[in-house]
Every structure is written in C-alpha cells, then in structure tokens.
Design a protein around this ligand. Structure first.
Ligand SMILES: Cc1cc2nc3c(=O)[nH]c(=O)nc-3n(C[C@H](O)[C@H](O)[C@H](O)COP(=O)(O)OP(=O)(O)OC[C@H]3O[C@@H](n4cnc5c(N)ncnc54)[C@H](O)[C@@H]3O)c2cc1C
Length: 414
C-alpha cells in the first residue's frame, strides 16, 4: 500500500514530524539507516518555555532555575528555566505516536535514487527496495540526501568539545546552569586578540556529575576540536578543577548559516535538512517540536485536495515551514550572525552583556524566534543604544561589508 508521506531520517526532526503526521491521521513510512529507537548521540538543551505542551515539558531529565552567563566582567542572571531533554523518553514518546498511527520503518539508508511522478514520488533504499509515497520529507540532517540548496557561501560552524563526568572540584556552583561563560583570564593577550573566542557551557547534573563544554558559537572555518579540548582543560585548571572520570565525550559540529533550501522543490525538508537551525544560537530541537503539528496539518490539507501532487504537497509544506515573516526574520538573524563573526573577544563580551540586559521578553524571544519583525528591530535598536561604542562600530562595519545582507535584513525585502 502506498503511504501518504515517506519520512527520511529518525533524528529529533524526523521523529517529531513523523509523530505529528501520524497524529494527523496520515499513512506514514519511515526510512533510517539505524533502528529509529537507537539512542540519539547528542545532548539536547532547551529553554523550558520552548516546549509546546505540558506533555513535552515532562520530557526534561534536568531543569535549572539558576541560570547565568558571564560577559564583560559581569555575572548576568538569566531569569528563565533551562532543561536537558531526556532523549530516550522523548524518542519513546514520539515512537509511540508513530506506532499508534501504524507507521512502518525500513532500516535502510535512502539515497540510491528518487523519482517524481504525477501522483507520487519513489525512493530507492540501500537494499534496492523502492518505497513510494505521495510526498517525501527529507529529515536526514545538515547534509541532506535529497534537499537542494542554492550554492553555499562561507559556512560558519558551531563547534564544541564537552565532557560529562566527575571533577576534583565542582566546575560550576551547585544546581547551576552556565549558558555561556566568556571569561578569558586563562588565555594570554595574544590568544585573546588573535584566536577565535570560545565560551564555557556548563551545568550541574546532580550526584557529583557535571557537563562542561567549550564552545565556539560560530566560526568559519570551524574551530578545531583539539583547540577546544585544550581550552576546556586550561579553563578548568584556572577554575581550580580537573576531570577525574569521563562518562561521555561530546564532539559537536554543525553549520549555523546554511542557505534556505529551494522552496519549489518536489521534496520537503525538515530539521537540519531545511536549514532550521537558529543562526543566533545553533538551537533547533525546540523549533522542530513546535513546527511539526503545523507542517503536518499543512501536508494533510494539501493531500486531501483532489489535485494533490508531490509538487503541490511539498509546496504547501515549505510554505508552512518557511512563511514570508519567518524568512524575513531569518535574514535578520543571518545579518546578526555575520556581525558576530567579525567581532573580537572584547566586542563579543560587550555584545552579550548588552543582549542579556535587554528585557527577558526580547532576549528570550530573539533566541526562541518568537518575536515579530517590529519587536526584533525594537530590541536591536535598544541594544545598540545600550551597547558600548565598539559594538556599534562593529555593527556599522558589518553593514558596510555586507550591504546587501544588511538592506535585506533591515527592510525585509528581497
Ligand atoms: C553534538 C551536538 C549537540 C547539539 N546540541 C543541541 C542542543 O542542545 N539544542 C538544540 O536545539 N540543537 C542542538 N544541536 C543542533 C541540532 O539541533 C542537531 O544537529 C539535531 O540533531 C538536528 O536534528 P535533525 O533531526 O535535523 O538531524 P540529525 O539529528 O542529524 O538526524 C538525521 C537523521 O537522518 C538519518 N539519515 C542520515 N542519512 C540518511 C539516509 N541516507 N537515509 C535515511 N536516513 C538518514 C540519520 O541516521 C539521523 O537519524 C546539536 C548538534 C550537535 C551535533
């Protein structure tokens, strides 16, 4: 039996959408090289208020109300609850929804071929089986199997090296989450001026265990893992502690500014494949969970129409995922990222200190992509007035170096 939707990939994006499609009453098939229940390898952090329902808010394995950042010599209190997702619980929750919708999974890689016809598309998987569906969703991550994008420009990567484990001394205060610690006293002057800035992301996991991660928010080319690892250990030594036992090492690398895919292609993207990473933070899982029901509804409606074709259904999906307002905001975020890429250590610290001094509605809404365009412009103007001269000069410099990006971001045109 031909399914309505074929979902490629079983990461957070693929599973979130597959579950929502099943809930919308569609017949769904999935394809993944590994068992979709195999544990996701990454540690996913999220602001609690980004989880769209109480049901999903129950999927946090840790919650922190004591959240801080350090920048420009200040400890900045972040009045917002942060959590770490309980991956196995979230996966089981989403897979249970898939099961209730009688979804079938093929444990094969997709990619040996794809063809589009008037009423359906077909995908050939690793063992040569041809799967057909009325529309295909590619959720295979940041290097998608099928989704096409305009030529890539200079890609900036978020890179991080982290350790979950035990330490000689607590690296962070009991019960605390440090979202970003940009203090750089452990580096010499040349390193601070010439090398890319990195920060510590750290949290108390309880029971004497901590997660510490040295992170480069965005850099082109990516900051190498060796440097991040060395920086982490130097920072820990400066804090007076060292790692005594490692439960898990995390190597994090993903693109922050991938171009938006072509929105007229016959396959729909979702998650990393659809460039859904927020260019200001690198976060995406919250957006994948929040948007899944919206995109599922759009696909269900389009599939119900008598003239449904892969092209029409995929178009409805792209429109739900990237409506005009979200595209405009994305351009603004890209300009913001381009500006941050040109900042040195000191400017970055000044920027983030001013950013986290904005009312929570603004900094929180900017990071979670919940502000309207006028609200974003208002918050950025407020930040510019509050920020020191070097940040204003940096922004002006970025506008002059990237005039097209700036005009498109500021006007929403193009
Ligand atoms: C180490 C790390 C930490 C991160 N931390 C956070 C965080 O804290 N919060 C946050 O919001 N974001 C975080 N991100 C960013 C982003 O949210 C993740 O990259 C997220 O995993 C992307 O989800 P995805 O489902 O789009 O892609 P992926 O998680 O990459 O999943 C893609 C899926 O597609 C499958 N696949 C690949 N090729 C094929 C094929 N040929 N056929 C079928 N299936 C295929 C893969 O097996 C996989 O199951 C992090 C990223 C990394 C790398």
């Amino acid at each position: 039996m031909r399914s309505d939707v074929l979902v490629v990939g079983a990461g957070p994006a693929g599973l979130a959408l597959a579950a929502a499609l099943c809930e919308a009453g569609l017949r769904v098939t999935g394809v993944s090289p590994a068992d979709p229940a195999a544990p996701w390898p990454n540690t996913y952090g999220i602001w609690e208020d980004e989880l769209p329902s109480a049901e999903l808010a129950a999927m946090l394995q840790h919650r922190w109300t004591d959240c801080v950042a350090y920048a420009a010599g200040e400890e900045l209190r972040l009045d917002r609850v942060y959590g770490l997702l309980d991956n196995p619980q979230l996966q089981a929750h989403l897979l249970a929804k898939c099961e209730r919708g009688a979804m079938r999974w093929h444990q094969q890689p997709a990619g040996r071929g794809m063809a589009h016809h008037a009423t359906h598309s077909s995908v050939t998987v690793g063992d040569g089986t041809v799967l057909t569906a009325r529309v295909v969703v590619d959720a295979s991550g940041h290097k998608p199997v099928f989704v096409q994008r305009p030529p890539l420009g200079q890609i900036a990567y978020q890179a991080a090296y982290g350790v979950v484990g035990a330490f000689t001394q607590p690296p962070v205060r009991a019960g605390r989450l440090v979202l970003m610690d940009y203090r750089a006293d452990h580096l010499d002057a040349a390193e601070r001026q010439q090398e890319p800035a990195t920060f510590l992301y750290a949290m108390d996991l309880g029971g004497g265990r901590y997660f510490v991660e040295e992170t480069s928010l965005a850099h082109a080319p990516a900051v190498p893992f060796d440097l991040l690892k060395q920086r982490l250990h130097r920072r820990l030594a400066h804090l007076g502690c060292a790692v005594t036992g490692v439960d898990h090492e995390e190597f994090c690398l993903f693109p922050m500014n991938m171009p938006i895919p072509y929105l007229d292609q016959l396959v729909l993207g979702y998650g990393g494949a659809a460039s859904m990473v927020h260019p200001a933070s690198g976060y995406q899982v919250g957006a994948a969970l929040r948007n899944a029901p919206v995109v599922a509804r759009a696909l269900a409606e389009a599939l119900n129409k008598p003239d449904a074709s892969p092209a029409r259904v995929a178009k409805a999906g792209w429109r739900a995922l990237w409506p005009a307002e979200r595209l405009r905001k994305h351009r603004l975020y890209l300009f913001g990222l381009q500006t941050l890429l040109s900042f040195d250590q000191v400017q970055l610290q000044h920027f983030f200190a001013a950013f986290f001094h904005l009312p929570r509605k603004y900094w929180g809404g900017y990071l979670s992509n919940t502000l309207t365009m006028p609200e974003i412009l208002q918050s950025m103007t407020g930040l510019l007035f509050a920020a020191p001269m070097d940040v204003r000069r940096g922004l002006l410099g970025a506008a002059l170096r990237h005039p097209l990006l700036f005009v498109r971001a500021a006007t929403g045109l193009g």
